[in-house]
Design a protein around this ligand. Sequence first.
Ligand SMILES: [Ca+2]
Length: 589
Amino acid sequence: MNKLRGSGRVRLSLWLAACLLLQGCGSSSAVGGQAGSSGGGTGASRPNILVILVDDLGYADLSSFGSEINTPSIDQLAQEGRILTNFHATPLCATSRAELLTGADHHLVGVGTLPESSSFYPPNDETYKGELDGKARTVAQLLHDAGYHTYMAGKWHLGGGGPVKWGFEQSFSMDYTSAFGNNYAATAARSESAARAYYENGVQARIPDTFFSSDYYVDKLKSYIGAGHGDGKPFFAYLAFQAVHFPLQVPDAYIDLYKGKYDAGYQAIRDARIARQKALGIVPPDLNPNPGDEALMLRFGQPGVLTNTAWDQLSASDQQSEARIMEVFAGMLTNLDDNVGRLFAYLKQIGEYDNTLIVFVSDNGADGMGYGFIPYVDGAGNTDIDNSLANYGRPGSFIFRSTRWAEAGNAPLRLFKAFTAEGGISVPAIVRLPRQGSGQQPSAALASLLDVVPTVLAAAGIPDPGAQYQGHAVAPLEGLSLLPVLNGQRSQVYGQDDVIVDEVNDIRYVRKGPWKMTRVVNYLLPSAALLINHDWQLYNMDTDRGETTDVAAQNPTLVAELTADWVAYVNRVGVEQPILPPLLTPIDQ
Ligand SMILES: [Ca+2]
């Protein structure tokens, strides 16, 4: 057992403050629309539905979105289907999963905040427990009722008794409230502190010593699909990878695939991604990238650099560490892609691939904080993590991308996960319709996770289920089906007067037409009051998706209008102010 170097008390307090505010404190720590004409159907022709959710995958991390990382199976999906370049999630994990599965605003289904930050809200406040509540109704329940098999493998993070309580007839999941965990099986020789329990169909499961999360989840999903295959029922399968959330880990077969690829540093990688994005049509050729030099966020985790430092200002050893972290990340993503390919190959083998609607999406932008988080096994700052350079990505390590790598992950957008800047909420999204074999040009239609359930139901031929379920009131669907856009019948999902609003832990934004009003707060300010009173910023998304020029001061009438939209949202969904503890000054100031 190693004691981490540095100021354990302050580091621990920072971690506690940040993770309580944001997300991701594991319990093992001692400190605790309208349907289009095609795609729908009834009876035997009903399509299977596969939703693949990646955790913390950035806007620019897939090669089809401009990355240098090899993701050929996902790229093939994009070539057959359609890339959505203007697709939005919430800025954090659980809130996005609530919207993906229920089609309702996350506040209205018990997930106003994450399970980890429910303590910032009054006890027993149903809106803020961070778990699906009695107002929730999942797409799995609706599809199961309609005669679908329903399967899930992966990260749940919505509490509420887990997938077995929410319409999944077969499920394998990491414990129901955890945001992350060791991707390997914990053994006496490996890290116990990041280990999680796993549950299969509601019963705690024993995982093999050979467990690696992405490999195992796909194996499980294949076994579920195979067991139900041939009885005439279509399936709904939800594959929710732990990858590529921290800890960044990958089996040895992938760990050196990208050796030396990141030695040129953050800016070179980010610039190259932006150039490819423009060539691929992911972003307009005249887009002005966010400069990516904001000092809003200091990263305080180890290993890795502690600030928003430029590459050439890093020490040689920090460069070596940072490059290795990104090599591991890239290998982890290629492993995930290989697993996606294995699942596709299996669906083709059993003759089901062509009749499957496939939705691929991330739950939020690339993570750039790390939360200063190292799992501790006792209250004295002791850990069993081995973060020696040679062990990065291997069992027992616990590493994360730094701020600068996250900016590259979200190129050309501003900031990263946990912000309502575009880098936190713009996510890669790909949809392949059943029998679609030749892709279309990327769609820039504004869309969000709230649109997935309406799209799935429309494809399955299930009418809008309204605001009642099994005799009680539930939150109705809020989004629209994407099928008209995916079918090429329409170019936009939403009109210029439609308003889209979100809030998590007092982080917020309002979208209407080309306008986006948002607040970018610094969680590490010493005073929580500064966090709450931060000013709105205003950007024109049509001309400035890089969020480079705040035009709020020049548009007071517009700010007032969007503020009224915000207040209406607060009243509609019951937004409450979090009760924030005093935050601490970063350790390197
Ligand atoms: Ca996430």
